[in-house]
Design a protein around this ligand. Structure first.
Ligand SMILES: [Zn+2]
Ligand SMILES: [Zn+2]
Ligand SMILES: [Zn+2]
Ligand SMILES: [Zn+2]
Length: 165
């Protein structure tokens, strides 16, 4: 079953032609623009609209610099193109790598992202989408929000002394 699209995806296709109006390569808006450090693409100069600690993904500039391999590759000063960089691939879990390389914050999405095994909750087996967050990492396993292991004070097995500071 296919869901009827709630919002029409107005895809801005920049077909070859003289760029008369500069627009952000991610959201297609004009206005205050700058270019990215990593790839030199035109992007919203919207860092100042970002509310600190809001965790909102509403800044094109910030999204590209924090959520893409393109920017990571540049920040880490790797050589060559990020699409072919093995160091970038090695640094990320495949699922995250695939997401970073193909999400909407990329000007150019990776054509052949690596396949990965879906991450499942260790409790109920529900799929955990790593890029969405909202999971807990405990005992070397991942847990969804409903299975999140609670700290068990009754079991003194991991007798960790709490130092009072
Ligand atoms: Zn934008
Ligand atoms: Zn970039
Ligand atoms: Zn790299
Ligand atoms: Zn679960």
């Amino acid at each position: 079953m296919t869901k009827p699209g709630k919002q029409k995806n107005a895809k801005l296709r920049l077909v070859a032609g003289p760029a008369i109006r500069r627009v952000c390569g991610l959201c297609g808006r004009g206005g205050k623009l700058t270019t990215t450090e990593c790839c030199g693409n035109v992007i919203c100069d919207d860092l100042d609209t970002y509310v600190t600690f809001s965790y909102a993904r509403n800044s094109c500039y910030r999204n590209h610099s924090n959520q893409t391999i393109c920017a990571y590759h540049h920040h880490e000063e790797h050589a060559g193109s990020w699409q072919e960089c093995l160091r970038c691939r090695g640094d990320q879990e495949p699922e995250m790598y695939a997401w970073f390389a193909t999400n909407e914050y990329n000007f150019e999405k990776l054509q052949d992202p690596p396949r990965f095994e879906p991450t499942l909750c260790s409790g109920c087996g529900k799929r955990i989408i790593l890029s969405d967050g909202g999971y807990t990492f405990a005992d070397g396993k991942r847990w969804c929000e409903s299975c999140e292991p609670q700290p068990a004070p009754s079991k003194p097995r991991s007798a960790r002394r709490r130092r009072s500071v």
